[in-house]
Design a protein around this ligand. Structure first.
Ligand code: PGA
Length: 252
């Protein structure tokens, strides 16, 4: 048995206006009020962070952002800093999501700088990695994970990464309804944990939480969570409704 507290995180992507986000957050807070031994996070769009933070205050639900920029302030039109997210009530930030890598030019190098900014501001980074379908089919899954983890965390020491969360999200499983099998997910998670051991140390490898993401639903969460190296889920589509997300939170 490990001592890692599961984390179920909802990535709301580019959905929900502020009133809609507030409403879903209110419903969720009620539905998960009696849960224990699981951490819960939701990541709405930037403009909804402040109003949603007031809803989730003193509840079981923590707030996260979907991205940040690594500079503290300056002439960087359209960006947002780690301190600004903290002041809007965030405890977590998702970094390097495959949609950001695919559509917004995110690279292992920018991901690396963003993780630093998050840690410096005491935000918990949810660092996303995962292979595409072509990479999996050509047998490159492990080498892709190796590169993403190594470059994303280059220059860090184990002591910097005490709060780090990693999300394994095979790109081919995101929003497609094609969940990785529990064996495929476990194999990748075990490999990522071995990378942390190899690049840092055993203590960090044992404590780091590794979430699975990619078409997680109430119907498949339990079998995924039963795997030894799966410590939680990063949920997109099925996190948008409070009812279905709360059923994922109560996976046992
Ligand atoms: P999905 O998204 O659950 O809709 O597949 C997961 C994610 O992108 O984090």
């Amino acid at each position: 048995m490990n001592t890692r507290t599961p984390l179920i995180a909802g990535n709301w992507k580019l959905y929900k206006t502020s009133p809609q986000a507030v409403k879903t957050a209110q419903q969720l807070v009620e539905l998960v009020a009696d849960t224990v031994e699981v951490d819960i996070m939701i990541a709405p769009v930037f403009t909804a962070l402040d109003p949603v933070s007031k809803v989730v205050e003193n509840s079981r639900v923590a707030l996260g952002a979907q991205n940040l920029y690594w500079e503290k302030e300056g002439a960087y039109t359209g960006e947002i800093s780690a301190d600004m997210l903290v002041s809007a009530g965030c405890q977590y930030v998702i970094i390097g999501h495959s949609e950001r890598r695919q559509y917004f030019g995110e690279t292992d190098e920018t991901v690396n700088k963003k993780i630093r900014a998050a840690i410096d501001a005491e935000l918990i980074p949810v660092f996303c990695v995962g292979e595409t379908e072509v990479e999996r089919e050509s047998g490159q899954t492990f080498s892709v994970l190796d590169k993403q983890v190594k470059k994303g965390l280059e220059g860090y020491f184990a002591k910097d990464l005490g709060t780090l969360v990693i999300a394994y999200e095979p790109v081919w499983a995101i929003g497609t309804g094609k969940t990785a099998t529990k064996e495929q997910a476990q194999e990748a998670h075990e490999y990522i944990r071995s990378l942390i051991d190899r690049n840092f140390d055993k203590t960090l490898a044992q404590s780091v939480r590794i979430l699975y993401g990619g078409s997680v639903k109430p119907a498949n969460v339990s079998e995924l969570m039963a795997m030894p190296d799966i410590d939680g889920a990063l949920v997109g589509g099925a996190s948008l409704e409070a009812e279905s997300f709360s059923n994922i939170v109560k996976f046992k």
